[in-house]
Design a protein around this ligand. Structure first.
Ligand code: RIB
Ligand code: CA
Length: 317
């Protein structure tokens, strides 16, 4: 059965790859995108989302601009990771299509409440829009079908501070609201995403197809690979968001544990750190499924196959 997906995102290089994967996957009907601050300002992320949709000839997907700031924390963007424009060295033409007027969190509420039990919410940026939606309309907890979140680091080190992952560090208060909402959450933390590394050889395979999509992927990930090399001595680049998107239709790529997960709001060195109560010491029941193991190369192969199909299809249409 087709998964009707609402995507909340901060595009962003790996976010853009997740959008392309959604469009390339027959299991998915991408029914709207809300944009949140994070990798770049929401204003720029909105333009990027529109441009990536246009690149993939998917301008029918509506885009909604969301929150530009975290709930409490000061703004933190990631130009060193995603470039000033948010898509690395890639250059996309100004989108011909416009974002919708409705705000991102209002869009999420309206869609989820319009058909209870129908929509899968995928959050791959800071959780500000999702938290605002929950506070404005708590009934989305029961109405949403399921929620997939890219964020957190459970046993893995942080990628933004030594202890915290970017999405939960940028807006830890929003993460706290979402994690304790009661929504049916599957979390994709760095523990699994840092095993999913796109290599230059993988990109070269895509470049064998003469199409704007592989060229976009190559230009965007070249910047992203330079970041990983310079800042983390990693060859290749970690594609966090596409893995999260893939789990909506290929959950078998990971194995999961039901755990009680919380996020640190103490404001100190571990602010935004996420942890699981593996030994049940808090006596609190599990609030999410956590992906802790992954068949990384199987996922990368799936991603590459889908990108090849999308590139060939875009040459035809
Ligand atoms: O920590 C990785 C996450 O933060 C990814 O979603 C990336 O796009 C950024 O939003
Ligand atoms: Ca993201």
């Amino acid at each position: 059965m087709t998964k009707r997906i609402l995507l909340d995102t901060d595009p962003g290089i790996d976010d853009s790859l997740a959008i392309l994967l959604a469009l390339a996957s027959p299991e998915i009907s991408l029914e709207g995108i809300s944009v949140v601050h994070g990798n770049c300002p929401a204003e720029q992320g909105t333009i990027n989302a529109l441009s990536v949709l246009e690149l993939a000839k998917a301008s029918h997907v509506p885009v909604y601009r969301g929150c530009e700031l975290p709930l409490v924390q000061p703004s933190l963007l990631a130009p060193e990771t995603h470039g000033d424009g948010g898509i690395g060295y890639a250059k996309l033409s100004e989108p011909l299509i416009q974002a919708k007027v409705q705000k991102g969190s209002d869009f999420l509420i309206e869609k989820i409440m319009s058909e209870p039990g129908e929509f899968t919410l995928v959050c791959i940026g800071p959780l500000t829009n999702a938290a605002l939606a929950l506070r404005q309309e708590p009934r989305i907890v029961e109405a949403v079908k399921e929620v997939f979140i890219m964020g957190g680091a459970i046993r893995h080190e942080g990628n933004t501070t030594p202890l915290a992952e970017f999405n939960t560090f940028v807006d830890p208060h929003a993460a706290h609201v979402v994690f304790h909402s009661g929504m049916p959450i599957t979390l994709t933390p760095l523990d699994v995403t840092y095993q999913c590394i796109l290599m230059q050889d993988d990109v070269n395979r895509l470049l064998k197809i003469d199409s704007p999509i592989p060229k976009f992927i190559a230009d965007a990930t070249r910047f992203y690979m330079e970041f990983h090399d310079e800042y983390q001595s990693i060859e290749g680049c970690v594609i966090n968001d596409p893995l999260t998107m893939a789990l909506t239709f290929a959950p078998e790529l990971c194995n999961y544990q039901e755990e009680y997960v919380d996020v640190d709001l103490s404001g100190g060195v571990s602010m935004g750190n996420t942890f699981a109560d593996f030994y049940k010491m808090t006596k609190k029941s599990a609030n999410m499924k956590v992906a802790l193991g992954v068949r990384a190369r199987d996922f990368i192969e799936l991603f590459l196959e889908r990108m090849e199909k999308l590139a060939l299809a875009s040459n035809v249409s």
